[in-house]
Design a protein around this ligand. Structure first.
Ligand code: ATP
Ligand code: MG
Length: 564
């Protein structure tokens, strides 16, 4: 491809709204252009990277025995009513009406549609197992679209769905996908971790996420420094902490803490470590007000709390409700003699020998409070978020927290959709049985952003070979006719050898050419300049390294071909 013909426009400055390195670079290098919030055009150079990612995903899905289909993006409300998600999916579901006033959704995911296909076609046990996938645009009306195509409202996803006769068979389908996913992300050259994930309120199911490690990642994962344990923040556990030294022989004693409400402030006032100060928070669970206690240095894991209480999600109670129900002063509430309220204590708080709590009186706290002696929690359970350095739940070695970008998610669905939508097959005895399902997503366009986030320097993108829109770029520097002719010949020879090559045939200043080459990030730069004038040689340089090697034009072709 000749750069003079390529539809692109490199920018020296990133637009103001670009909020991550990958977003900035992708806009500056003309990979993408925003049309509306969270809605992007892919320009030719960027689109080639998406196609590379899609090709690897497709190859591995096919290798795993999955069959490619294409499902409609418009799906009728009736299917979503069957699963109960027309209501439950909420505002992320893009809805529209046709000319007859019939409701449709623009597919954010395709469980309903594929289950409808499966129940119509996979009627006998002889047809199972079956896994189908598609690579297609998805729509989600995200509350806060951001980071360019990383969290867009229209994006490309590979979604796959497996159908099996029973749990054991479904387990095998899941395992096949897990292997395929690891192959995909390894081939893409990404530094990633597979982590255990919370699978939502569906009982008994299980899911894992694939996280590309990057500081810009919105997710936090906990990963063991010694064994293979890794989980996302919602799911991460830790082994019990050793209880600090000390005892509370003394009885609880009220002390004056005027104007001191937060755990931090109490810790400062009393000169005691923050871990000794208890935090008591209130949640509204249906009609009930529930108190939840963690150490001052810990945070409540609300997903875990919801699972413990058997609800979809928990919400913090409003101050008015707390006051109306208890008549006690906010900021000074504690578990000792707290009337009529169920208190759930985190396991590590319950193990403390002596803590400081609110005294249920304005401007007062209690010291020497011993959990179990001075108050009895309704429930003691691990309900806090894991912290850096916590002991691993598997091996006890320290956990490390890292930011990650979720690029894939695999999920055991069990009977959730088969039950709701009556997806059954006939077993050997001619009896109806529910299909056991799994679903498996990959954010194909998000992969490209994640790869840029992980592979760049201050000059631009450094494409991993697997995703590079072009493998080599010929950059003539100089206007001498023999130099220009040699560059042209090199380009023609590379194309003839089947190398995907970009040719900077523009009459730009050398500085502009080098800057654009580095910004675009094509892995091999072939510079026809100084060394050509002196010795007839090409300077071959890997993007991201300073020093190149000098090679003859013939050797350049052979070497690039062997890399590609
Ligand atoms: P997230 O937690 O990031 O919102 P999700 O868990 O809702 O994602 P899934 O339903 O698991 O997403 O979708 C499968 C994959 O699609 C995700 O792993 C991610 O890579 C990608 N994806 C999800 N939402 C978006 C989006 N708004 N923009 C781009 N890619 C997305
Ligand atoms: Mg997910």
């Amino acid at each position: 491809m000749r750069l003079s013909r390529l539809v692109f426009q490199t920018l020296r400055e990133a637009p103001k709204e670009a909020d991550t390195v990958s977003h900035k670079l992708m806009v500056r290098a003309s990979l993408i252009r925003q049309v509306a919030a969270g809605v992007y055009e892919w320009l030719p150079f960027g689109w080639r990277a998406v196609l590379k990612a899609a090709a690897i995903v497709r190859e591995e899905m096919d290798r795993a025995g999955a069959q490619e289909v294409l499902l409609p993006q418009l799906s009728p409300r009736e299917l979503w009513e069957e699963s109960g998600r027309w209501g439950a999916y909420g505002k992320n579901l893009m809805r529209l009406k046709d000319r007859h006033e019939r409701d449709f959704a623009l597919g954010p995911t395709h469980e309903e549609v594929i289950t409808d296909l499966a129940r119509a076609t996979l009627r006998s046990y002889r047809r199972l197992p079956a896994t189908m996938y598609q690579i297609q645009t998805k729509f989600r009306d995200e509350m806060r679209p951001r980071f360019g195509v990383m969290r867009a409202r229209e994006f490309m996803m590979k979604d796959a769905y497996s159908f099996d006769v029973d749990d054991a068979a479904s387990e095998r389908s899941y395992e096949t996908m897990r292997v395929a996913y690891n192959r995909i992300f390894t081939r893409l050259g990404l530094n990633y971790r597979m982590v255990d994930a919370d699978s939502g309120p569906i009982g008994g199911s299980f899911s894992q996420e694939f996280m590309v490690l990057a500081d810009a990642g919105e997710d936090i994962i906990a990963s063991c420094t010694s064994c293979d344990y890794a989980a996302n923040m919602e799911k991460a556990e830790s082994a019990p902490l050793p209880a600090p030294e000390g005892s509370a022989e003394a009885a609880p004693e009220a002390i004056s803490t005027p104007g001191t409400k937060s755990a931090n402030a109490v810790s400062k006032l009393l000169g005691r470590p923050i871990r000794d100060i208890a935090k008591l928070m209130f949640y509204q669970v249906g009609e009930e007000l529930v108190g939840v206690m963690v150490r001052g240095d810990h945070e409540i894991n609300e997903v875990r709390l919801a699972r413990l209480l058997g609800v979809d999600e928990v919400v913090m109670a409003k101050a008015d409700t707390i006051i109306a129900k208890t008549g006690l002063p906010i900021g000074y509430m504690g578990p000792v003699d707290l009337p009529g309220i169920r208190v759930i204590a985190d396991r590590d708080l319950a193990a403390m020998p002596s803590i400081v709590t609110g005294a249920n009186r304005v401007d007062e706290h209690l010291v020497h409070v011993k959990p179990g002696r001075d108050f009895t929690p309704a429930l003691v359970s691990p309900i806090r978020k894991a912290c850096e350095g916590d002991p691993c739940p598997k091996c006890g070695q320290p956990l490390k927290l890292m930011h990650g970008i979720e690029v894939g998610h695999i999920f055991k669905l069990g009977l959730k959709y088969s039950k709701a939508m009556h997806a059954v097959f006939l077993d050997e005895g001619g009896k109806e049985q529910m299909m056991v399902m799994g679903c498996y997503g990959i954010g194909v366009t998000r992969i490209v952003a994640a790869a840029v986030e992980q592979n760049h320097d201050d000059r631009g993108i450094i494409w991993p070979f697997s995703l590079a829109p072009y493998k080599a770029m010929v950059v003539p520097v100089g206007a001498e006719p023999d130099l220009v002719a040699a560059a042209e010949q090199l380009y023609v020879d590379l194309e003839a050898a089947g190398v995907e090559v970009l040719f900077d045939d523009r009459t730009e200043a050398p500085g502009v050419k080098f800057a654009d080459a580095d910004l675009l990030g094509v892995p091999v730069q072939l510079i026809v300049g100084k060394t050509f004038k002196a010795r007839g040689l090409i300077e071959m340089r890997r993007r991201g390294t300073k020093q190149g090697i000098e090679v003859s034009p013939q050797d350049a072709v052979a070497q690039v071909k062997s890399l590609a």
